[in-house]
Design a protein around this ligand. Structure first.
Ligand SMILES: [Zn+2]
Length: 479
């Protein structure tokens, strides 16, 4: 524990060194006294307020899971728009066509393995991946072949894979996550969730399982999208709890293991849904827009608290605080609750398309979609000149431990990536990611995982960053 702590301290120290170096490259901006005062007031007001927590609680507990195409997703859009109107914002529901995938039955049991007591089976914990096709209604029974990576799969070849269920037993790197590199650990593990089914299908497999892309060891199955490659047959795909991946690997090392797998999801026709777009109009340059956002849709297993009701709530809180304090941003602060981040990104794509003509006036896009734990600062995909203008805001945030700027190579978040591709500077809140992937995309993504104080800190970061960008003398430089 102590060693882990000192590693984290060292990591943060090195990061701050790197950021200090970058700071030296460009002249630092100085904000007006009024802006500095207002930013400090915003930060303090965010810390003292439970608005973001209450909004998160409503979305999660009163509305519930919000998978794209579900009645709850659209109810959530109506709710957020109404809340924004209550604050006096101009709120619109902008139409987005979204995929409508529904989960059905999902069961797995081991029906043959060495040492099996007569007449028994062993249940395993698994969950269908978003977008997966179904097995026949009564399921399939097939031998499981275990691999740790794609090289091992290819080495087995068609002869040993055809007719079988492939289990990708790729471990989520818990040490990497524990050192604050949760996103990197996730990126490594998720490779098998994304296209594992298609790559197995190319060799004749009848289904694919991926060891859950997440860190907790509470026998949780993690869902998430799979992507079928156009040149492979579509076979069912499921995420399986780490413990059960271990169980199968253990038994498979002793002999034949057969799994009875039943998955009955359905892909229904696309549904009409919405992005919520709510404007707090700028006093001097209302045509210039600074986006604060999170995504409103969630997976259906939990209630989408850390992914991503908390992000939406932080964006709502930005508008709420500015209104409560009576501040007048020069540029428009636009609150967006994106639809369909999880299984299609149609909200982000449709917005960029529908607002193509106004993209030059999009000054920045900010999103929070890495949970609600303590923020370290923000990830930024912007020019060094633009970042220099944000140093004073970052310095203000240092007092709550959120003063770091991480320079990203691409869009820091998914929904704003279509805007990023059009040259808009993009920012993502940078949360402590040590526990995020324990709960992410599981039944355990629920309100209790959020620490109110930490969510308030996130809202403070979003509000300070957005308000600073909205009030700089000149718009941020484009990329
Ligand atoms: Zn998310």
């Amino acid at each position: 524990m102590k060693k882990m702590f000192s590693l984290i301290v060292l990591f943060l120290f090195l990061l701050s060194l790197a950021s200090a170096q970058r700071r030296g490259q460009v002249p630092t901006e100085r904000y007006s006294d009024q802006l500095t005062t207002e930013l400090n007031q915003l930060m303090q007001a965010a810390l003292a307020s439970d608005y973001a927590y209450k909004q998160t609680a409503y979305l999660c507990n009163n509305i519930g899971p919000r998978l794209s195409g579900s009645p709850q997703a659209n109810a959530a859009a109506e709710y957020v728009a109404a809340e924004m109107r209550k604050l006096g914002l101009e709120a619109k529901l902008e139409k987005v066509m979204v995929p409508h995938w529904v989960r059905g039955v999902e069961t797995g049991e081991l029906v043959e393995y060495k040492g099996q007591a007569k007449g028994t089976t062993q249940k395993v914990v698994l969950t269908a991946l978003g977008g997966s096709v179904a097995t026949p209604k009564d399921g399939i029974t097939a031998e499981v072949v275990v691999v740790e990576n794609y090289d091992q799969l290819e080495a087995l070849g068609r002869e040993k894979v055809a007719g079988k269920i492939v289990l990708y037993n790729a471990k989520f790197d818990r040490q990497l996550a524990a050192s604050g590199r949760g996103l990197e650990a996730y990126s490594q593990a998720v490779a098998y969730r994304g296209t594992g089914a298609s790559r197995a299908a190319k060799l004749g497999a009848v289904a694919a399982l991926n060891r859950s892309a997440g860190g907790a060891e509470y026998r949780l199955a993690h869902t998430g999208s799979l992507f079928y490659l156009p040149d492979a047959p579509k076979i069912p795909g499921a995420g399986i709890a780490a413990e059960d991946a271990e169980l199968i690997a253990y038994l498979a090392s002793q002999g034949t293991v057969k799994l009875h797998l039943t998955l009955t999801p359905q892909t229904l026709p696309d549904e009409v849904s919405y992005n919520v777009v709510a404007d707090l109009k700028g006093s001097e340059n209302p045509e210039q827009v600074v986006i604060v956002s999170g995504h409103l849709d969630s997976w259906d297993l939990g209630t989408g608290a850390i992914d991503d009701a908390s992000g939406v709530a932080a964006a709502m809180q930005t508008a709420n605080l500015i209104k409560q304090l009576g501040f007048k941003p020069k540029r428009t602060i636009r609150v967006i609750a994106w639809m369909n981040e999880e299984n299609g990104l149609m909200g982000g794509r449709t917005y960029a398309e529908d607002h193509k003509a106004e993209i030059a006036n999009h000054i920045a896009a900010i999103e929070s979609d890495l949970g609600a734990s303590h923020p370290l600062g923000f990830h930024a995909h912007a020019t060094p000149a633009a970042l220099a203008k944000l140093r004073p805001a970052s310095t203000i945030l240092q007092s709550i431990g959120a003063g770091l700027i991480d320079v990203a190579n691409g869009s820091p978040e998914a929904d704003i990536s279509p805007l990023d591709a059009l040259g808009v500077p993009t920012f993502g809140l940078w949360q402590d990611s040590r526990t995020y992937f324990d709960y992410h995309h599981t039944t355990a993504d629920t309100l209790d995982k959020i620490v109110p104080r930490e969510l308030a800190e996130n809202a403070a970061v979003m509000a300070v960053l957005a308000y600073a960008i909205a009030n700089l003398p000149e718009p941020l430089a484009r990329k």
